[in-house]
Design a protein around this ligand. Sequence first.
Ligand SMILES: NC(=O)c1ccc[n+]([C@@H]2O[C@H](COP(=O)([O-])OP(=O)(O)OC[C@H]3O[C@@H](n4cnc5c(N)ncnc54)[C@H](O)[C@@H]3O)[C@@H](O)[C@H]2O)c1
Length: 364
Amino acid sequence: MILVTGGAGFIGSNFVLDWLRHGNEPVVNLDKLTYAGNLRNLDALADDRRHQFVRGDIGDRDLVLSLLRRERIRAVVHFAAESHVDRSIHAPEDFIQTNVVGTFRLLEAVRAHWSDLPPDAAQDEPSRARFRFVHVSTDEVYGTLAPEDPPFTETTPYQPNSPYAASKAASDHLVRSFHHTFGIPVVTTNCSNNYGPFQFPEKLIPLCIHNALAGRPLPIYGDGQQVRDWLYVEDHTAAIRTVLDRGMPGETYNVGGWNEKPNLEVVRTLCSILDELAPRRDGRSYADQITFVTDRPGHDRRYAIDARKVERSLGWRPRETFESGIRRTVRWYLDHAEWVADVTSGGYREWIAKHYSAATTSRG
Ligand SMILES: NC(=O)c1ccc[n+]([C@@H]2O[C@H](COP(=O)([O-])OP(=O)(O)OC[C@H]3O[C@@H](n4cnc5c(N)ncnc54)[C@H](O)[C@@H]3O)[C@@H](O)[C@H]2O)c1
């Protein structure tokens, strides 16, 4: 049994679905259901007894420890975080609470559980030797690159520039220290920008698809020339499965798509796919809705990932190109208008408030 934190969020829910498609090992999914967590992402598992959902906070050490012990957890995959840079500029404290304090308390619970495990055990039994803590982090911890700089490697110095990036950097350091000091078998991944199904429509790609179809402006920060390296979410979840399976304890792996694109190009590509698949009634292009807005303070100009280590040592590489992944993504959003309407209307939050109080569990 594995424990996934934040498995109702964008990447976490894709990971849980992907994990259960590729095997039969059950999952306990611990998620606080903040605005970013959405149980509807897991509708496909409604009758699947391999999935057990627990509403709760990673910062609740007693809850986490009781789950680790009761379910005899042999690995933790840690996604739970506050993840939106803009929100970290307006309200940084939540980021410190979840990403730093929450990760620390989660690590403390893991340390207590791990210390009680036998040093070694049969293949399917949890043991200290085979236990893994996979910490899912971001390329934003490395700071920003000039156009001619080489991409980030695992030895690039940390230079986080936003409160989000700083809080993730702090969590990376805590995770590293729990390996170095206590011997917990941790593996960290630092991944580039993800896109794909179930992404909350506050992030660039789903926001622009949503606004385009609603006839609203497509907001582009500054000159739109901020470069990001884009990775289709299923490629990321495959990388995490690989790292969980074969990653070396104490190592970090950079995960990226070799797809550096300026934001403006990403949005123009989205517009041309939408022009083809869901043309505007007036025959004009969705690109007419692009609107430049004041840049985000401290906005990093460029991120780029050198993913050769994970490719060479673990054999993972992305399967989707940007062109194929973005097309799949647009189609998914067109086919799931109800999901978008739900998360943007507030109806989903009302449903959660009615049906879930803190720390509740449901199977399937
Ligand atoms: N989205 C990206 O492009 C990207 C890229 C690289 C790394 N990451 C990292 O991957 C992880 C997942 O990102 P995402 O985009 O899916 O985020 P998300 O915001 O969509 O999901 C985060 C999930 O964590 C849950 N959560 C928040 N605080 C919690 C707490 N205290 N206890 C339990 N659950 C809590 C939320 O309810 C939500 O379900 C994050 O750690 C993020 O830093 C994201």
